[in-house]
Design a binder for this molecule. Structure first.
Ligand code: PRT
Ligand code: ZN
Length: 295
């Protein structure tokens, strides 16, 4: 009997990426019940195994072929990729997942007079992302000293370890708490799937099938099913207001002057859109979540 081909995916054990990753798999019909926090989880109904690790280890586990795929922040991936630019590195971006969005930014003390990246020339910058930072400094012809830290970067100006910092920012609250302000975004990040560039065609087929399932779940997450009634004379005006909808369904109603319009909207339907629809003559407006979708 030939051995079944299975793929191994590296996933963060716990942290900002893990819950969202498991949730996305669940929405794609793949339940990973890792209640006992096992290191290796075998998905019974699919040829897929999951290895739970720290996020920093994921790029190299994939590059070295221990794992075929991995889910990691593009900030961490870029940092490792740049650090290996003179060595063999066999991992590449495969698919963007759109969650855990954040940015790697230069941040300065709140009274610092920042106009452009030139304002920081010659200063000492603390960061946990030395490669992305050095790449940015080189591209902008800036001569700065880089102090590499493993965490708590935001306190380094207080400790006189650095003049300014380069760190991950999401809401900006951590910077404010530490008397600093965001000055310049140098890298936009989000969770991504990466893959080993040398995996077999057979494994790539399994990976592609998984990614297309996850993609459907991501689209379904963003999309809404909108149902409303509209005066016949306002069909065009009202359908033009439906965000990201292609060719809505238009059905007759008992009242001959009205129609029912049903549409899948691939963009968020905000309250102000609903108010505009109502002002244009729409009534009985319902916005429903979509559980599954295949385009
Ligand atoms: O234990 P392990 O090593 O696996 O995890 P970790 O602690 O290294 O990583 P984790 O779970 O904190 O983050 C994983 C990934 O989430 C990061 O690599 C980013 O891609 C992404 N991400 C999204 C963030 C944030 N948002 C974020 N806000 N990573 C870190 N932060 C931290 C940031 O370092 C700073 O201290 O949050 C603070 C800033 O947040 P705001 O909201 O105050 O601006
Ligand atoms: Zn980490």
């Amino acid at each position: 009997m030939t051995k079944e081909t299975r793929i191994l995916i590296a996933m963060q054990k716990s942290g900002r990426l893990s819950e969202k990753s498991l949730e996305l798999f669940k929405q794609s019909g793949i339940v990973i019940n890792n209640g006992k926090r096992q290191l290796l989880y075998r998905i019974p109904e699919l040829p897929i195994d999951i290895l739970f690790v720290r996020d920093d280890d994921i790029p190299m586990l994939v590059s070295e072929g221990t794992c075929d795929l991995g889910i990691v922040g593009s900030n961490v991936f870029k940092e490792v990729e740049l650090s290996k630019k003179d060595e063999e590195f066999n991992a590449a971006h495969f698919f963007s997942l759109g969650f855990a969005k954040c940015r790697l930014s230069l941040a300065v003390p709140e009274h610092f007079d920042f106009h452009s990246p030139q304002s920081i020339d010659g200063l000492r910058i603390a960061t946990t992302y030395p490669c992305i930072l050095k790449d940015f400094l080189k591209k902008n012809k800036l001569k700065c000293e880089v102090a590499v830290m493993s965490g708590s970067v935001e306190i380094s100006p207080h400790l006189k370890i650095s003049d300014i910092i380069c760190d991950i920012v999401s809401t900006g609250a951590t910077l404010v708490e530490n008397g600093m302000k965001e000055a310049y975004n140098i890298f936009d990040s989000e969770a991504i799937f990466i893959r080993n560039t040398k995996i077999s065609d057979e494994k790539l087929k399994i990976a592609s099938k998984l990614v297309s399932r996850l993609d459907c779940a991501l689209i379904a997450n963003k999309s809404k099913y909108v149902m409303l009634n509209a005066p016949k004379s306002k069909i065009k005006e009202i359908t033009n207001l439906l965000p990201g909808s292609e060719s809505p369904t238009i059905m007759p109603l008992a009242d001959e002057n009205k129609v029912a319009i049903h549409a899948v909207c691939s963009e968020p339907v905000f309250w102000d859109t609903m108010e505009k629809l109502k002002a244009a003559g729409a009534s009985s407006i319902l916005v429903l979540p979509i559980e599954k979708m295949m385009l």
